[in-house]
Design a binder for this molecule. Sequence first.
Ligand code: SPV
Ligand code: MG
Length: 290
Amino acid sequence: MNKAKQLRDRMAERGLVHIMAAHSPLSAILAEEAGFDGLWASGFELSALYGLADMSLISMTQHLDMLRAIAAQSSLPIVADIDTGYGNALNVIHAIREYEKAGTAAVVIEDKTFPKVTSLAADGRQELLRIEEFQGKIEAAVSTRRDPDFLVIARTEALIAGLGEDEALKRGLAYAEAGADMVLIHSKKKDPAEIESFSRAWKGPVPLVIVPNAYPELDATRIRALGNIKMTIYGNYGIRAATTAMQDVFRRIIADGGVQNVHKDIVPVEEIFRLQKMDQVKADEKRFLR
Ligand code: SPV
Ligand code: MG
């Protein structure tokens, strides 16, 4: 089935979908096995994977290459984080064509100026586009998609930029009016009150998306109680989990002067073989190598 339809159907069926960040095909395989509804091709995670800050340094080509590699190893729908759309509305047209061809189910475009700066950094320079200009980018995305199920999600950074709830609501409504299928409201407050208040005040015609990176207490039960949030994106958990595990194991190997202790605490190589589908390789060997 087409992935965009799969994502829309899942949202209709479950009321709330859980989308896990993936920075590699392996992380995508693990997310699918764990039971997530979809994957977040996160700009933050891919930047971190390259050892770079999340500030428009990774090119669209790099992001698309990784997204295609992920799509080749997963049956889950992919929500692509295309940041600002790589420029103005004309760049958005090109991006939507390329991301849709790559098999993406949804894109998230944010209303910051290009080049962007990551949202969660303290004192980040957060400059927003004029509302009309961003509406043009949303309209460009909506009119470019070929599949009407392909989701265009407009992300407002008004709360991140410290402009307050009224501005965030105004922007969300303007973006829905421009044709966005959903509005992503982002916050870097440690307390979910800002998001809960926005959700209660939101009277727009489309549902909301959140990324509870900064306010982890807002769990699925509390999200569902709000009623209008239909997608939650776990935006940096994959790269943080991988970093936690590697930091721990690498430090222990140096401290222990060898791998004699850590080997018991990490997956055996057979588990990696399983994830690499070595069974299939073995079967193909038997069948075709003569
Ligand atoms: C990402 O994962 O790239 C995001 C979410 O956009 S955040 O980093 O919290 O802005
Ligand atoms: Mg991002």
